[in-house]
Ligand binder design. Structure first.
Ligand code: NDP
Length: 479
């Protein structure tokens, strides 16, 4: 089956007729081909978006809202088809795609379909000067949205929905590794009545197709989610053209556990925050710091629970951990386990590949816990982005805070305590964009989302996203 680009409301082959293989991570087999798009395809997508822009940017909020909500409803009525496609393309358990990925993609469209009708701008009366100022928030024009493979449709739509809600037209590229649900989204957009050219989806490699989007002189803003190195590269390319940039990048998130927490809730949530989606979530808590008083108990209980997780085929309903996204990613993660061992880390469980009967060439790996002695080692300083966490103990609040902040990343942190003073102190002093206290990944789409330090620039979510995708213009009227 061939995936095609979606340009000007039509499914089209790449101009060059070059194609890339798309793998099924559960069995290691090629199951579809995707366009290896060039700058010519990106130029065609831009042209179609630019032509659609005058009309779309002048459409009423009611019209945009109605179409976005219709897309959301169609995703919901096609839930099973999308969930199966996502699971097959990414290797994640079907149950996860069904419960999290696709419902969230639908929520993204519904949320921004509603949010745009509530989005307001400021106005200031200049008292004594007989003047009034107000801010027009106008769509930027044609914008680029580039997303990664870990939560494919979830993150793709997290960008596209606010971009089009705000009146922009979009040239978007999903990850080359997980293109399938983005491809299927084109059909849904047409069925929902999204005018031709408002959304254009171009498939291909980051270094060619993605690069062409970032380099296009008339694509005025780039919303990117992916690795920190790629983000830095994109920033270097985009800066001389003064493009607006939103960068959601990597993480190495601390999970700080105090003895006074609600232990059972913490334990169950920590299993999830460590290994959900095979640990391939930018928000996973990969560095676990535990107060000394409960360290030995936690270690025993955590290892025991993690050993019970079932690694299996994504469509098996008993599977907790599916396949990693690609062979090269599996190799990268395995290499980090070796690095950790060389650094003196002690593997408490996991660390090995898993062979699933009937799917011997799939990319499966055991969930892995490594006990370490110091935070200053590669396994705790570099993003692994797989089913691997480390644990180490701490004695005082000051030490825990120092360990948590002692990393170049600053995406999220999780804190387990019932002490209110400690909660406030940590919330203020953790150098991250998001702090979860006594929970993990509880998301309210109105909240600002993004990272500090090398985890990104800018915030998405709620009105922050609508602010990013609009240009503020102050109008001063003297009367
Ligand atoms: P990458 O940075 O490799 O790729 C992300 C996207 O950028 C892909 O679509 C990729 O295309 C594209 N790309 C690659 N190079 C370029 C380029 N030169 N110009 C334009 N686009 C390019 O990340 P991964 O896909 O490997 O995703 C994992 C990373 O994403 C992790 O670091 C993770 O932490 C981060 N992430 C951050 C989140 C956040 O909200 N902060 C959320 C989820 C993930 P292609 O796939 O074809 O290479």
């Amino acid at each position: 089956m061939n995936i095609q680009n979606y340009i000007n409301g039509e499914f089209v082959n790449p101009v060059s007729n070059n194609w890339l293989d798309n793998y099924n991570p559960s069995n290691g087999e090629v199951y579809s081909q995707i366009p290896n798009s060039s700058s010519e395809d990106v130029a065609n997508a831009y042209k179609s978006a630019a032509e659609a822009f005058p009309k779309w940017s002048n459409s009423t909020l009611e019209e945009r809202s109605r179409i976005l909500i219709k897309i959301s409803e169609l995703l919901e009525s096609n839930l099973e088809r999308f969930a199966m496609a996502e699971s097959k393309d990414n290797g994640k358990p079907l149950s996860l795609a069904r419960e999290i990925d696709i419902p969230r993609a639908a929520s993204n469209f519904r949320f921004f379909g509603n949010a745009i009708t509530q989005f307001a701008s400021e106005s200031h009366e200049s008292v004594g000067l007989n003047a009034v100022n107000f801010t027009l928030r106008q769509p930027i024009g044609v914008v680029g949205c580039i997303s990664p493979w870990n939560l494919p449709l979830y993150l793709f739509t997290w960008k596209i929905a606010p971009a089009i809600a705000a009146g922009n037209c979009v040239v978007a590229k999903p990850s080359e590794v997980t293109p399938m649900t983005a491809y299927l989204l084109g059909e849904i957009c047409t069925e929902a009545g999204l005018p031709k050219g408002v959304l254009n989806i171009v498939h291909g490699l980051g270094t060619t197709t993605g690069q062409a989007i970032v380099e296009h002189p008339n694509i005025k803003a780039i919303s990117f989610t992916g690795g920190t190195e790629t983000g830095a590269h994109i920033a270097r390319v985009a800066a001389p053209m003064f493009k607006k940039l939103s960068l959601e990048l990597g993480g190495k998130n601390p999970n700080i556990i105090f003895a006074d927490c609600d232990y059972e809730n913490m334990l169950a949530t920590t299993v999830r925050s460590s290994f959900a989606n095979q640990g391939q979530i930018c928000l996973c808590g990969s560095r676990i710091f535990v107060e000394e008083a409960i360290f030995e108990k936690f270690k025993k209980d955590f290892v025991q629970k993690v050993k019970q997780l079932k690694v299996g085929h994504p469509s098996d309903k008993n599977t907790n951990i599916g396949a990693l996204v690609s062979k090269s990613h599996l190799e990268k993660v395995e290499n980090y386990v070796k690095i950790a061992e060389d650094e003196g880390g002690k593997i408490l469980c996991g660390g090995l590949e898993v062979t699933i009967e009937g799917f011997e060439n799939g990319y499966y790996m055991q969930p892995t816990i490594i006990e370490i002695e110091t935070n200053q080692c590669r396994i705790n300083q570099e993003e692994v982005f797989g089913p691997v966490v480390t644990i180490m103990s701490f004695k005082t609040d000051e030490e825990a805070l120092q360990l948590a902040n002692d990393v170049k990343y600053g995406l999220s942190a999780t804190l387990w305590t019932n002490n209110l003073n400690r909660t406030m102190q940590f919330s203020k002093q953790l150098q991250t964009g998001i702090v979860w206290v006594n929970t993990w990944m509880l998301r309210d789409l109105r909240t600002p989302f993004g990272g500090a330090k090398e985890s990104g620039v800018g915030r998405e979510g709620g009105f922050e996203a609508l602010r990013f995708f609009t240009e503020p213009k102050n109008v001063c009227i003297k009367y």
